[in-house]
Structures are given as structure tokens and as C-alpha cells.
Design a protein around this ligand. Structure first.
Ligand SMILES: *[C@@H]1O[C@H](CO)[C@@H](O)[C@H](O)[C@H]1NC(C)=O
Length: 327
């Protein structure tokens, strides 16, 4: 009894974030392996961190910030609520799915512009870089691209003996942690090292070009919508191929875990590789080119206003939160 109570309180203290801290730090470490030395020097300067974990150290900042009063506005930037119909049909429609206060896609477009905008303060540029490191991770988590049951936050499931889990936090945190065995920066670094090997010369080497094909910082809405669509398709094919009720029939470990774990690894690898490439393009096209102001446009990022759907109301009721459940 005492041991169980202790475990529960430790787990509560450690907190839970979108792709948990493990996933986000792993994405960041992978990206660090693909940025050029110029981008590394620039990012270390922007972040004021010359350590070997300069991106990993800030990878979960956005999750802390969203729960502060000042950062509340950014809670909606962690996801896009696709109002599709899994598992029958999965799709993203930016005008339909991005909320009127923004979403992951609009946020990636906004902070891609801002990180290279020389008119902004150092603090604003730093904020933009920290947001990009985080949101380019979030957008590859399929349940960050799905409105159904508020991104799976209200789907109660059992995972590895925990009978009161929700599907969203299992994808963010508990499934990755089951694979890796912890959530420290050194766990993230070793996972990133092994995924980087797969990208360079293993299972992913023939796929990586497709992960970044067509990526264009001057059309970030189209690019990020493609990233969101790619992950959203996995909601139908991998996350809930037999619907929601089938996920609630027994423990998701080990059968369901075994059916999804390779997708979890794929998505983390993809996010890291994309993030590294994206920062390289931002740097060479906007930053080293002295912030060509003509390419910086802030108008028309958000979709046209429209009445709130049921899914958007449900999200508002959750206060923009996700992954708040704790083991
Ligand atoms: C862009 O980022 C700034 C700074 O965080 C924020 O105030 C603004 O609302 C954002 N715009 C959009 C369209 O997301």
C-alpha cells in the first residue's frame, strides 16, 4: 500500500506533457544531428545555451508555458482538431479544423515567420524557436491531429495495468516510456541515437526524403497541413483501426502496444528529421539572407471565422488542455 501511494505521488510530480518530455527531447536531439554547424551556432546563440542539449533543453518549454497565465493563449497551438470520422475516414481540412484562435498549423506558420524576422526582439525570436521545436514534434503525434473525443483525451483505457488511463496520454507518454524505460534526457539521447542510425542507414533511410518532400517555409500553412494530414491518416490505420470500443475491451499492453510501437518510433524520427531540415531552410533563406522582410507576412494565417462546432466546444470545455491525465 505505502509503495503504491509513493509511486502515485512520484508520477504526479513528474507531470505529463504532449509527446511527453521523452518524446519531445528525443525529437530535439535527432534534429540536432541534422542541423548545419551554422544553424547550431545560431540556435545556441538565440537560446543562450552552448551545451550539447541546446534544443533538447527547451523541447518541453511550451508545455510548461501553456499552463501559465501569460502562456494560456498558446494552448490551442499544440493540436489541430480534425473533424473527420475515424476509423472510416481520416482527413484534415485547414479551414474546417483550425480553430479561430489558431492551431498547430497556424502556429508553425506564425513562428516560422517570426523566428527569422529581424524586427522582433531577441526574446520574441527565442520564443519562436522554442515553439517550433515543440510544435513540429506535436504535429507528428496522430492524436494531436484528431478532434474525436478531444484527441482521445476522453477515451478511457487500460494500459499496462493502469485502468484509468486515457488514449491520448498513452500515445504521448506511456507507450514511448514503456519502450525506452524512462523519461530523462539521457533516455532521450540514447533513443535519438538509435533512431538517427535508422534514418542514416537503416529502416528509414529510404523514407526520409519523403518526410521533407516539398517542405517550403514560404508556404508553411500548406507544408504543416501536409504534416498534420500524414499523422492524421494514422488515426484510421493504426491508432483506432477497429474504432474506439475495441480499445476499451482489455489491457492495451501488450497486443495493442505491439501493433503501434513501430509507428510511434517512425513519428518521432520523422519529427526530428523534419525539424532539423526546417531550421536549416529557415536559416539559409531568412536568417543568413538578412531577414528579407518582403517574405514576412503575418496576414491571413488564420482560417476565416465560423460558428463553433461541437468538437470545438468540447475542446473549449477542456480549456485547451490535453494529456493532463497522470498515471
Ligand atoms: C503569432 O505569435 C505571437 C507571439 O507569440 C502571438 O501574439 C500571435 O497571436 C500569433 N499569431 C497567430 C496568428 O497565431
Amino acid at each position: 500500500m505505502a509503495t503504491k501511494a509513493l509511486l502515485v505521488s512520484l508520477a504526479t510530480l513528474q507531470g505529463v506533457q504532449a509527446w511527453g518530455t521523452l518524446g519531445h527531447a528525443t525529437v530535439a536531439y535527432i534534429a540536432q544531428n541534422y542541423v548545419t554547424s551554422d544553424v547550431k551556432a545560431w540556435a545556441q546563440d538565440v537560446l543562450g545555451d552552448t551545451s550539447t542539449s541546446y534544443l533538447a533543453n527547451v523541447a518541453s518549454w511550451a508545455d510548461t508555458y501553456r499552463s501559465t497565465t501569460a502562456g494560456k493563449f498558446s494552448a490551442v497551438f499544440h493540436y489541430i482538431d480534425a473533424e473527420d470520422n475515424p476509423p472510416t475516414s481520416c482527413n484534415i481540412d485547414y479551414d474546417r479544423d483550425c480553430g479561430s484562435a489558431g492551431c498547430s498549423v497556424s502556429a508553425i506558420a506564425n513562428y516560422t515567420q517570426r523566428v527569422g524576422d529581424g524586427r522582433l526582439s531577441d526574446a520574441n525570436v527565442q520564443e519562436a524557436l522554442k515553439f517550433l521545436v515543440h510544435f513540429i514534434g506535436d504535429i507528428t503525434q496522430p492524436l494531436h491531429d484528431e478532434a474525436l473525443d478531444t484527441g482521445g483525451n476522453t477515451i478511457t483505457v487500460t494500459f499496462d495495468g493502469y485502468t484509468n488511463d486515457n488514449l491520448h496520454s498513452d500515445w504521448d507518454t506511456y507507450i514511448p516510456e514503456k519502450l525506452v524505460g524512462g523519461d530523462s534526457l539521457s533516455d532521450a539521447l540514447s533513443w535519438a541515437t538509435s533512431l538517427t542510425k535508422e534514418i542514416n542507414s537503416g529502416d528509414y533511410s529510404s523514407l526520409k526524403a519523403s518526410w521533407i518532400a516539398g517542405d517550403d517555409i514560404d508556404d508553411a500553412i500548406t507544408t504543416a497541413t501536409r504534416w498534420a494530414s500524414d499523422a492524421n491518416a494514422l488515426v484510421c490505420s493504426v491508432v483506432m483501426p477497429d474504432g474506439v470500443a475495441a480499445l476499451q475491451e482489455g489491457d492495451l499492453y501488450p497486443t495493442y502496444y505491439n501493433s503501434v510501437i513501430s509507428t510511434v518510433e517512425l513519428q518521432i524520427a520523422k519529427a526530428g528529421y523534419r525539424l532539423g531540415n526546417w531550421l536549416n531552410i529557415v536559416y539559409s533563406q531568412n536568417i543568413v539572407a538578412k531577414h528579407k522582410r518582403s517574405t514576412v507576412r503575418y496576414n491571413n494565417i488564420l482560417p476565416p471565422p465560423r460558428p463553433l462546432s461541437k468538437a470545438k466546444l468540447a475542446r473549449l470545455a477542456l480549456d485547451g488542455n490535453c494529456g493532463r491525465h497522470r498515471h
